[in-house]
Design a protein around this ligand. Sequence first.
Ligand code: GRF
Length: 192
Amino acid sequence: MNAPKSKIAILISGRGSNMEAIIKASQEVDFPAEVALVISNKDDAKGIDVAKSYGIKTQTIAHKDFTNKVDFETALCESLEAVQPDLICLAGFMRIFGDTYFERVKTPTLNIHPSLLPKHKGLNTHQAAIDAGDISHGVSVHFVTPALDDGAIIMQESIEIHKGDTANDLANRLLPIEHEIYPKAIRKVLNT
Ligand code: GRF
């Protein structure tokens, strides 16, 4: 018999394709977690409809509805505490957490970042890799800490950069790899 599944909460801001990959993986009998909640910080995030189509509980906590970061993060923390997740996964979540989150949330939090960290932290990573003349690029799943894109790396996967590749080419080649690596990294974290 399989052990009871852990609970994951996923935070998104947009299309939610990594979120969907995690939801699909969670439907496998031997996957160690189920998705208990998806939260978006944007009220037009397409990923919310995708999550709903799988029957997943969703919530929108729009940062723009709060006058400050502390209040936004407090609301987010309250919603997370209500489901008591074992793991929180950021999947294209475009807010940087401040002290409120890190003081209150003791649950491990993961993020997927489209670069071979520690290279190319922050935004526009595909163009940054091209501009740097890198011959390889990739994706990292890492623990979230107060320093941006800086926590311990759980898993990485790389691709070659070909002459003439555009940022779009890299994004398109990397996305299916992101969808494979995130569920694998979650398995690794929950099974160790
Ligand atoms: C992905 O490329 C992810 O690596 C980055 O943001 C993008 C989100 O895409 N953090 P999606 O919303 O998961 O489709």
